[in-house]
Design a protein around this ligand. Structure first.
Ligand code: MLT
Length: 396
């Protein structure tokens, strides 16, 4: 057999695996060293009580013959799709339940969605960026063009249809993530409208990752691309409960493919359903009941208080960086703080230095692309006591 040679173009290991290996090596050399992890954006607070109760009831149902359930609908149970549609209705976005597809998380869907995309597309990806977008497109052998995020544009690249850059690399698929991973920057409605306009004009598709939408607190900022009119004709939105409801270990997300989204007279929702029904057997009933509870009024209130806790951590990090005179952005409507490495050191050198001097782990910006070089990401998803201790130790 032949292997998929595209895999040979990937880096040896996925960013967060490389970091985990480095921490393990450091701990083996320095046993008992109290390392604080602010690298991968993994939640630390337990699930909201209302979610736990709902999952507990679902477990009991699965243990009784009258209420036991086997395979569920691949695209998710109606009760959860209804709850997600209601969540969008609160944002002023009207969605039909048939436009919502429940999944085991945003990362899987962002990779899997490439199954319905033809060969020969040019994929426009911001740099710096969540590395899964790049890796999945390399695996699929797609042509990737990068758009620069930098201090000049607030790490929010915009379309520039008249420039040489975009003439050469007319995008067919555009990845956007807002609030952004890794920089914490957030597009406003006018900026997203420019992207929607560009996509409509060029017949392109936007893949919008809204995994961090629950962190947005500024009323004027969008939490869904569908808050911009016309997006239903050019955008797929992928979201998850990992960061909004602490589901990183539970696994549940969803993808919205609007009915109005068609290419060449073919409905993309129809293709996605076809893909899912063949390759996916759905998310466990117990998990979907938990997710439904997360979207209830009580669930949203309980999760909002968890998110406020993480936002409190972000404020603690921001205060310390300000004290130290380090340039940073993010951390207000996002759980990530994006800082400039001091003294012009490279981001991996700063990783080693911080681990060595302060026993704190972060994520080197270079892991998110070439424009991340010289920057560093800190996650606010830790425990409060760890965040405080890490910032006390944080030295340059
Ligand atoms: C991150 O740290 O960038 C995220 O936790 C990764 C993810 O969501 O898969």
């Amino acid at each position: 057999m032949n292997i998929n040679e595209n895999y040979l173009h990937l880096q040896d290991s996925y960013l967060f695996i490389t970091i985990a290996k480095k921490i393990a090596e450091y701990q083996a050399k320095n046993p008992g060293c109290p390392v604080i992890r602010m690298g991968i954006g993994d939640v630390t607070l337990p699930l909201a009580p209302v979610v736990v109760e709902a999952m507990g009831r679902a477990v009991m149902e699965m243990g009784r013959a009258e209420t036991f359930r086997g395979y569920g609908p691949e695209q998710g149970y109606d009760f959860l799709r209804r709850a997600i549609a209601n969540h969008y209705a609160r944002k002023g976005v009207g969605l039909g339940e048939d436009e919502i597809f429940v999944s085991d998380g945003a990362k899987s869907d962002l990779g899997n969605i490439l199954d319905i995309v033809g060969a020969g597309n040019t994929v426009l990806i911001p740099d710096p960026v969540y590395p899964a977008y790049v890796d999945t497109n390399i695996m699929a052998g797609h042509r990737i063009a990068y758009m620069d995020g930098n201090m000049g544009n607030g790490f929010l690249p915009l379309p520039d249809p008249y420039s040489e850059r975009d003439r050469d690399r007319k995008a067919d698929i555009i990845y956007l993530c807002s609030p952004n991973n890794p920089t914490g920057a957030v597009y406003n409605k006018e900026q997203l409208a420019l992207w929607v306009g560009y996509a409509l004009e060029n017949d392109a598709l936007i893949l919008f990752d809204s995994a961090y939408e629950a962190f947005v607190r500024d009323e004027g900022l969008p939490t869904s691309i569908y808050q911009v009119s016309g997006a239903e004709k050019c955008a797929i939105e992928v979201c998850s409960l990992s960061k909004t409801a602490g589901f990183t270990g539970v696994r549940c997300g969803y993808t919205v493919v609007p009915r109005a989204l068609e290419r060449g007279g073919v409905s993309l929702g129809k293709l996605w359903l076809r893909r899912q029904t063949t390759k996916f057997n759905g998310v466990p009933y117990i998990v979907q009941r938990g997710a439904e509870a997360a979207f209830s009024d009580e669930g949203l209130t309980q999760n909002r208080s968890n998110i406020d806790y993480y936002r409190g951590n972000a404020r603690i990090i921001a205060e310390r960086l300000t004290q130290l005179g380090i340039w940073f952005t993010g951390g207000v409507n996002a759980p990530y703080i994006w800082l400039r490495c001091p003294d012009g050191v490279s981001s991996w050198a700063f990783f080693d230095r911080l681990l060595d001097r302060s026993h704190v782990v972060g994520t080197p910006g270079a892991g998110f692309g070439k424009n991340g070089e010289g920057f560093f990401r800190l996650s606010a998803f830790g425990r409060r006591e760890d965040t405080l201790a890490a910032m006390e130790r944080f030295t340059l």
